[in-house]
Design a protein around this ligand. Structure first.
Ligand SMILES: NC(=O)C1=CN([C@@H]2O[C@H](COP(=O)(O)OP(=O)(O)OC[C@H]3O[C@@H](n4cnc5c(N)ncnc54)[C@H](O)[C@@H]3O)[C@@H](O)[C@H]2O)C=CC1
Ligand SMILES: CC(=O)C(=O)O
Ligand SMILES: [Mg+2]
Length: 371
């Protein structure tokens, strides 16, 4: 199969969808891998490493896209990439379509088959291709939040661990899944006072058990979120309803209840964000202030630590990429219902229910396609 790996073009996105190690595995299976020149540089993988792995390098981006049957990316295609995509091609990447009507319609118009990393499931009920980046983003959320609390960033001037004689900062994490647990763990490590709110009792039980009372676990309701808003210096938004737009849990009105200079880090921004006042930002200009509250809402946080993230991402995606390349998308998805959950758009139709519902588009059950 002809497999293409374009260079990512989203703002400060330095990850690449395939490492040289991954390229070697595909070439060994007789697939042809074309990597756009410079695609791996930001993650520390020079062109020569891909060449040594048996991949072809291409400087002309049009040729990279044009000749491909399978396109591997990291971030959702940007407008100029959507324009390059065509019927008969398979795109495998993060898509996060529920909050992106224009992108969804663009992918439908392309006629391509679009499989999203973030909706693929596993036997344990997890999201195995989201989890590695959620781990990274969760850990980064506290670094970003701590920096945003500094006065020069518009923050309140609170140091997360405090110092002897001065109390530590209070951190709330809404959503105690992969992002949430990793954020909470980092905040604990820095000596903050940490509360995790979740709607899932089993999840709260797991956290309680794992952290042995070192963090508070609280059932998430309008009341308990209100309490967190009153008390906390830093709130991390880490909720997810798979494939769907994130629920808005903190309204603009509620910002007035926070201490001025407090910080909201909305990791769930790639699903539309879980705070009413969130809007996606970039690594170039990651924060903005609404009613005295600093907002950090970068939709591709792991892109900033591209070396770690690329390795973690491709460790997880490679078995799926090999299945797509060896069998073609139809057979690969027919053989694995968890993989099939990744199919979001095919041949002009939305094949993922939560996306169709969020955008008011017609849902087409992919079952028939996979028989
Ligand atoms: N901005 C970025 O760069 C990145 C963003 N993400 C995003 O972070 C979000 C979280 O991802 P994961 O932790 O992997 O998901 P997850 O599925 O592991 O965890 C989500 C948690 O939210 C909980 N939840 C749902 N509704 C809730 C509510 N109303 N109140 C409290 N908790 C609620 C669920 O019970 C679950 O435990 C997703 O939107 C994901 O796409 C992930 C990686 C990078
Ligand atoms: C999950 C995601 O969108 C990212 O890693 O950029
Ligand atoms: Mg996005």
């Amino acid at each position: 199969m002809q497999i293409a790996v374009p260079k990512e073009i989203k703002n400060h996105e330095y990850r690449v969808a395939l490492t040289p190690t991954g390229a070697r595995e595909l070439v060994a299976r007789d697939h042809r891998v074309t990597v756009q020149a410079g695609a791996g540089e930001g993650a520390g993988f020079p062109d020569a490493a891909y060449e040594a792995a048996g991949a072809c390098l291409e400087t002309d981006v049009a040729k990279v896209w044009d000749g491909a049957e399978l396109i591997l990316k990291v971030k959702e295609p940007q407008a100029e990439e959507v324009a390059r995509l065509k019927a008969g091609q398979t795109l495998f990447t993060y898509l996060h379509l529920a909050a992106e009507e224009k992108l969804t319609r663009g992918l439908m118009e392309s006629g391509a088959t679009c499989i999203a990393y973030e909706t693929i499931t596993d036997r344990q009920g997890g999201l195995p291709l989201l989890a590695p980046m959620s781990t990274v983003a969760g850990r980064m959320a506290i670094q970003a939040g701590a920096h945003s609390l500094e006065k020069a960033q518009g923050g309140s001037g609170v140091l997360l661990p405090g110092v002897p004689g001065v109390a530590p900062a209070r951190v709330a994490v809404i959503g105690g899944g992969v992002v949430g647990e990793n954020a909470a763990r980092m905040a604990l490590g820095l000596g903050a006072e940490v509360t995790v709110l979740d709607k899932s009792i089993p999840r709260l039980e797991t956290l309680d058990d794992r952290y042995q009372g070192r963090m508070k676990t609280v059932f998430s309701t309008a009341d308990t979120i209100d309490e967190a808003v009153h008390e906390c210096d830093l709130i991390v938004g880490a909720v997810l309803i798979p494939g769907a737009a994130a629920p808005k849990l903190i309204t603009r009105e509620m910002l007035a209840e926070m201490q001025p200079g407090s910080v909201l880090v909305d990791v769930a921004i790639d699903q539309g964000g879980c705070f009413e006042t969130s809007r996606a930002t970039t690594h170039t200009d990651p924060t903005y202030i609404v009613d005295g509250i600093v907002h950090y809402c970068v939709a591709n946080m792991p892109g900033a630590v591209a070396r770690t993230s690329t390795q973690a991402l491709t460790n997880a995606t490679l078995p799926f990429v090999i299945a797509l390349a060896d069998k073609g998308w139809q057979q690969a998805l027919a053989d694995d219902a968890h993989f099939a959950a990744g199919l979001n758009v095919h041949d002009g139709q939305v094949t993922y229910k939560a996306v169709a519902e969020a955008l008011g588009l017609q849902y087409v059950d992919p079952g028939e396609l996979l028989k």
